[in-house]
Design a protein around this ligand. Structure first.
Ligand SMILES: [Fe+2]
Ligand SMILES: [Fe+2]
Length: 204
């Protein structure tokens, strides 16, 4: 099966992160619970397989995957401080870490991990909400987070297979299902998610 692409871990050449992969892994592990760390490693594995499938640089995919949830367990105060310091949309303050860890998390990653590659930072920003325009790297991270091998929800096998067959369609699939879940459960929908849905999930 295509999703069983064998991919070995890339050796970093300093193009996206100034030190080694092992160094990055160690720094990420210090910021998150063991359970989340395992998820992050599985996202990296899936992102590498998808990167191989869709012709994206493996080192870039690895850095994006390893850092995508770096900020997930940071304090509310820290997120609020970053929203002010980086002059992000003040409306963000009404949300929570589920939204902040991507959009604000990218700023934290840039500052604390010395990662300046904009496609990586955008992929981190967009990994929870999606966005109307996403690079292939952003699409890969969005999907790898959703279908990593530890995920278990109705339809996960279909979504995983689709990510290898038609990446764009799989982004639409995830967005449609996430939006349906949020609405069915009376949860708030971040406005950007609706823009993502209109771009990626609506038949044109
Ligand atoms: Fe996340
Ligand atoms: Fe994640």
């Amino acid at each position: 099966m295509t999703q069983l692409n064998e991919v070995s871990l890339p050796t970093y050449r300093g193009r996206y992160y100034p030190r080694s992969r092992a160094d990055l892994v160690q720094r990420v592990a210090k910021q998150v619970s063991p359970k989340r760390f395992e998820h992050i490693l599985r996202v990296e594995e899936m992102a590498l397989r998808l990167a191989k499938q869709w012709g994206v640089d493996l080192e870039q995919a690895s850095v994006a995957a390893l850092t995508h949830d770096y900020a997930k367990e940071q304090s509310t105060q820290k997120f609020l401080d970053f929203i002010d310091a980086k002059q992000l949309d003040p409306n963000l303050k009404a949300w929570n870490s589920a939204i902040w860890h991507g959009i604000v998390g990218a700023e934290i990653v840039a500052d604390e991990l010395d990662i300046q590659n904009q496609p990586i930072l955008d992929a981190i920003r967009q990994h929870t909400t999606g966005a109307p325009y996403m690079t292939t790297l952003s699409q890969i991270l969005y999907m790898a987070d959703y279908v990593e091998m530890g995920r278990d929800f109705p339809g996960v096998d279909e979504a995983r297979a689709l990510a290898f067959e038609d990446l764009r369609a799989s982004v639409g699939w995830q967005t449609r299902h996430t939006l349906a879940f949020l609405v069915a459960n009376g949860k708030p929908v971040y406005p950007l998610t609706i823009l993502t849905y209109n771009e990626w999930s609506v038949e044109k």
